[in-house]
Design a protein. Structure first.
Ligand code: 3PG
Length: 207
């Protein structure tokens, strides 16, 4: 059975936001995260290796791979064809709404204000990324939005760490959080997969 975006968010609880600088890192990184209990992986298109990394990581047993940093319509179909099963964008525009519909790729669009939440909801999106979560007001902002806009569910991302993730996950309108803290650049460069698995285990334990 196909998982909905909400199913994926709820099953994840913590989604690592990944930027691959070296394509050789993709498979061992995905294996290390899955070994630590972190299975939903957001692979961003911030580097030239994003699509190839999605293709490689989607083949790793247990990994559920999405594409992150979608900013252009043309990227949707390419990411879907590479194996992404969901997409994340820092924002939302008419072109991105159209691309999501055409590609069939479930999209988690970014919002930062109540008006952006309303616009996204009007376009049919009920699962949203609060980005950048901490500069946007963090937990206080999420709790304040839950009153007037109770029917949207968030993945806050941006400025969250292992020390603050639990506070975000305790918000009633939060299904999962995203962050880059599980994939420190120095650990990737050193091929320190054991450290990545340890970070994943600590994040998975937040559940
Ligand atoms: C994102 O794109 O969601 C953020 O860059 C991740 O934010 P962080 O690096 O502060 O965790």
């Amino acid at each position: 059975m196909t998982m909905t975006l909400l199913d994926i968010m709820r099953s994840a609880r913590v989604i690592p936001v990944i930027a691959i600088d070296d394509p050789e890192h993709a498979v061992p990184l995905a294996r290390a995260l899955v070994a630590g209990g972190i299975c939903v992986l957001e692979v961003t298109l911030r580097t030239a290796h994003g699509l190839a990394a999605i293709r490689a990581m989607a083949a790793v047993a247990g990994a559920i791979v999405g594409v992150g940093t979608l900013t252009q319509a043309a990227e949707f179909a390419a990411a879907r064809d590479a194996g992404a099963v969901f997409g994340v964008s820092p924002g939302l525009t008419p072109a991105l709404i159209e691309a999501a519909r055409k590609s069939g790729l479930p999209l988690l669009p970014g919002v930062m204000t109540p008006s952006e939440v309303l616009a996204a909801r009007e376009a049919g999106f009920r699962e949203l990324k609060l980005f950048p979560a901490v500069p946007a007001g963090g937990v206080g902002m999420l709790n304040a939005i839950a009153g007037p806009l109770p029917d949207v569910t968030f993945c806050p991302t941006g400025g969250i760490s292992i020390d603050t993730a639990a506070q975000f996950l305790a918000c009633k309108n939060v299904a999962c959080v995203g962050g880059s803290w599980l994939t420190p650049k120095d650990a990737l460069q050193a091929g320190d997969w054991a450290r990545i698995t340890a970070l994943a285990k600590a994040a998975a334990a937040l559940r």
